[in-house]
Ligand binder design. Structure first.
Ligand SMILES: [Zn+2]
Length: 630
């Protein structure tokens, strides 16, 4: 999983099931369910599904998918499952929901019946709500089909054991892209070749009126890869040739990095819309990634979107093929345990950024800007005082819907960003220990590499990661990770940045990335100066515990109304910060909070602060080597 702005204890019995099921390449041996989805009303955001489920007389238990792969939590959109009705031979059957689990349904199958028909409607959210594949997925002109939102499956089988024979009806004139194989098609009625439930959920379909397919591998190259884009306008698809070239480079550079591919046919499914949820979600043979409509046709948009597709693509190796054993659950009902997300997501974030640089999607300078921001965020992260990195991974299933307010103190997702710095550190250690002979690239080939083949899951544990690192170069890797995962600072873990020949510094000039992020120049970015982030309307999104703004009594949700007596704007804020450098007087704010107004004085005279990485000439430049195309 990735975010487009930038996706406990073990139970032994669970683990045993995982090992047995994981050897397979998803060859099903259970019943076959026929699933027909009617998405012809997609612009209304209501979708109709019918399932024909083989059954025996007596009690039948059915599940709605709850723990969605890649989302790291029980995020199945059960609130949007509606219109549920069961019949057998045309007669309506009674059903009831399980009292202990709202995703479980019980039906009594009458004597003499061997099949139950289930009808259901999935009503997609119509406005932005937190969520990944359960978020807004349809507009007037496009729809991303996530099959898990549209089906039930019978209890008693793993998702590898069930076969689904799926069909899809799209609005007239719409085209589509997917990693699923098409058995036959008549107009916008598509029948897909039967697959295991695992691979159906792994195969979302992108569909729309404006759809473009860009091959990313040469004709005849095996396995093939392509980019399937759906947009809210034809104009949004008209990106410059360099965009497609960067994605061809990405496929090539990933092949060089890992030395093998674990898919038969890969599809980047990219949605360009301002009206759908924005995120990236990984699958073995595709990714469902969604960004602003004009992301590819505007230069700033390309800078901001860079990194998302490399991240999701890396997941085909790290997260799907190799997966933490306690995340590799046999169905969508078993809880997932997230303690190794610092490998699953953290290393993917690192490698995604590296491949964004190696493919040319990001220049080295823009790549450094991104890592300077990560380093600066963590250098100020107040949540590091109470919560270690391991807990950010362990706690995520319960924190899926955490709001933006208090994010700095809550630090809900630092196993992404902090682990970029930590895996950089590991890469630097390997390069130093082997005097440049080896790097983390060698770990990638060893852990994620040959043999190539179709999708399968090869689970791993903490010990497997440590052992593989030790095969690359002997080092106290166990001690290194134990320390990094339990460290509380102070300050960001900068061993990798500094060891790679660069230093984190702050000055008053926004970086190229800062400028792209603040395209309209209306954000108040005082994160590293007084510890405050606010929108153009003065509403405070977050404050940093322990920094000047928080100490002065300001918190998220309050609104800055005026700065030094004048109505707030980003320009007025900047003027005040500049003026305070030469004045002993504090900056005076009028702050609104729950209908009350208050004067707050910020005794700050340090000017604006933006992070950068600058070269440390005393050390070899490993970072430039890491970013270089192979
Ligand atoms: Zn991810």
């Amino acid at each position: 999983m990735g975010i487009s702005s930038r996706c406990g204890g073990r139970k032994f019995f669970c683990f045993a099931i995982v090992l047995l099921s994981s050897i397979s390449t998803f060859a099903a041996s259970g019943p076959t369910v026929a699933l027909s989805v009617d998405a012809s009303e997609a612009p209304r955001k209501i979708f109709h599904a019918q399932l024909r489920i083989p059954a025996k007389p007596g009690p039948l238990t059915l599940y709605y998918p709850k723990w969605i792969p890649g989302e790291h939590g029980p995020t199945g959109p059960i609130t949007d499952l509606t219109g549920l009705k069961f019949t057998a031979s045309g007669k309506t059957l009674k059903w009831h929901r399980d009292l202990l689990d709202g995703f479980t349904f019980h039906v009594e199958v009458p004597a003499g019946e061997n099949e139950v028909t289930a009808n259901l409607d999935y009503v997609s959210p119509v406005a932005f709500e937190p969520g990944y594949s359960s978020g807004v997925s349809a507009t007037e002109k496009l729809y991303v089909v996530n099959w898990n939102t549209l089906l039930l499956y019978p209890a008693g089988y793993g998702s590898d054991q069930l076969t689904y024979s799926a069909s899809l009806r799209l609005p007239a004139g719409w085209k589509f892209g997917t990693s699923l194989h098409v058995a036959n098609q008549a107009g916008t009625d598509i029948h897909f070749a039967p697959v295991s439930l695992t691979m159906l959920v792994d195969g979302p379909v992108i569909a729309g009126e404006y759809l473009k397919v860009v091959p990313l591998t040469a004709a005849g190259e095996n396995p093939p890869a392509e980019l399937d884009l759906a947009a809210d306008s034809a104009a949004a698809l008209d990106a410059p040739e360099e965009v497609w070239e960067h994605h061809r480079n990405l496929v090539k550079q990933a092949g060089i990095l890992f030395g093998a591919r674990h898919y038969s046919d890969y599809h980047f499914l990219l949605t360009l819309s301002d009206h759908v949820a924005h995120f990236g979600l990984e699958h073995h043979e595709s990714n469902d990634s969604r960004i602003d409509e004009r992301s590819l046709i505007e230069e700033d948009g390309r800078k901001l979107a860079a990194g998302l597709l490399p991240h999701e693509y890396v997941h085909s190796w790290n997260g799907k093929y190799r997966r933490p054993a306690d995340l590799a659950t046999p169905d969508y009902e078993q809880p997932m345990q997230t303690d190794l997300l610092w490998v699953y997501e953290g290393l993917t974030s690192y490698l995604g950024d590296v491949l964004a640089a190696r493919s040319g999607e990001r220049t080295p300078a823009l790549s450094r800007d991104g890592w300077a921001q990560i380093a600066a965020d963590l250098d100020h992260r107040s949540g590091r005082t109470w919560r270690d990195l391991q807990d950010t991974a362990d706690g995520v299933p319960s924190m899926q819907s955490a709001p933006r307010a208090w994010e700095d103190y809550r630090r809900p997702l630092d196993y992404y960003d902090e682990d970029v710095l930590t895996w950089l550190w590991a890469d630097v250690i390997i390069r130093q220990q082997t005097k440049g002979a080896k790097s983390l690239d060698d770990f990638c080939k060893l852990f994620y590499g040959a043999p190539s083949g179709p999708p399968m899951v090869k689970p791993y544990t903490f010990d497997d990661v440590v052992n593989a690192l030790n095969q690359v170069t002997p080092y106290d890797w166990r001690g290194f990770w134990k320390e990094r995962l339990s460290n509380h600072g102070p300050g960001a873990p900068l061993g990798g940045v500094e060891g790679s020949g660069w230093k984190l510094v702050y000055d008053e000039n926004p970086s190229e990335l800062d400028r792209a992020q603040d395209r309209d120049g209306k954000t108040i970015n005082a994160h590293y100066s007084v510890g405050l982030l606010a929108g153009s309307d003065g509403v405070i999104k977050d404050t940093v515990e322990g920094m000047i703004a928080a100490k002065a009594g300001i918190g998220p949700g309050m609104k800055i109304v005026a700065v030094n007596g004048r109505r707030v704007s980003a320009d007025i804020w900047r003027d005040a910060i500049q003026a305070a450098k030469k004045s002993p007087s504090p900056i005076e704010l009028i702050v609104e909070n729950t209908d009350y107004f208050r004067v707050v004085k910020l005794d700050y005279h340090g000017g604006e602060k933006y992070p950068h990485l600058v070269r440390d000439e005393a050390k070899p430049d490993l970072l430039t080597e890491i970013y270089r195309a192979k």
